[in-house]
Design a binder for this molecule. Structure first.
Ligand SMILES: Cc1cc2nc3c(=O)[nH]c(=O)nc-3n(C[C@H](O)[C@H](O)[C@H](O)COP(=O)(O)O)c2cc1C
Length: 236
């Protein structure tokens, strides 16, 4: 079982969210002998720009054009990041709420890897289809306030709905959230929220929720059919 741990907090050992994720990883190690964990620390990662040549390349690919060698060399860094993402059976994302949404480092990463022909495609009817199959994801979040269902802040939680939307879009359907909250209203409330979230993490592993992923042999892409050729867009 290959787990990619995507860390989207800059707080390292001080992080509330990482402590919960670490409990989950410990439990996974006890249960799965073959577990390997790779960590992608997004606040330290040197991610390729989604600008300049790479943004041109994205639109070339989206409209069915080949990349020339000049664009390809810059695009290689995007491909390397997509490869690293796809080279996992399950994902763990560790992410605090920042201003009701996700920290910019995670958004930047998502913008870099969610590329046409790699993670999604438009089918013949123009409907987007995710190209990832059989993978599972656990998202551990923490928040200063309480955004649980039936609380006044619930509608302001853009972390869970957004991450569900984007990872469903690329084909990851099995996503489990552990939301630790409220973390910042008092030490007692934080402690209770941490313990509850750690219990949830352990129960998730104990209940075999992470069994049944589909291991992949190797990563090959671009996957799927090519996007529509450029002429298809010229009538607009
Ligand atoms: C830049 C920034 C923005 C934040 N925005 C929110 C917010 O909108 N709502 C909230 O409840 N907490 C907010 N918080 C508090 C964090 O979500 C909370 O402290 C969380 O537990 C931090 O997790 P970490 O220790 O893993 O980084 C924010 C914290 C930071 C640093």
């Amino acid at each position: 079982m290959r787990l990619l741990h995507i860390v989207a907090t800059p707080r390292g050992h001080e992080s509330n969210t990482i402590r919960i994720s670490n409990a989950l990883i410990e439990e996974l190690h006890l249960k799965y002998d073959d577990l390997t964990v790779k960590v992608l620390d997004l606040f330290k990662a040197d991610l390729p720009a989604v600008a300049g040549e790479n943004i041109e390349s994205k639109y070339k690919l989206m409209t069915g054009q080949e990349l020339d060698n000049h664009h390809k060399s810059s695009w290689d860094a995007i491909e390397a990041n997509i490869k690293r993402f796809l080279d996992a059976d399950i994902y763990l994302i560790t992410v605090p709420m920042w201003n009701f949404g996700i920290p910019y480092a995670l958004k930047y990463y998502i913008d870099a890897i969610v590329q046409p022909g790699y993670l999604f495609r438009y089918n013949e009817l123009g409907i987007p289809e995710g190209l990832i199959e059989g993978k599972k994801m656990v998202v551990v979040t923490s928040r200063g306030g309480d955004y649980s269902p039936n609380t006044p802040l619930h509608a302001l939680d853009f972390v869970e709905p957004y991450l569900r939307a984007i990872f469903n879009f690329v084909g990851i359907r099995d996503i489990h959230f552990i939301n630790a909250q409220p973390m910042d209203i008092s030490p007692a409330a934080r402690r209770a929220a941490m313990l509850k979230a750690i219990d949830e993490a352990r129960a998730l592993v104990a209940d075999n929720h992470l069994n049944g992923y589909e291991p992949i042999e190797s990563v090959e892409f671009p996957k799927g059919v090519k996007p529509a050729p450029l002429e298809a867009y010229s009538q607009d």
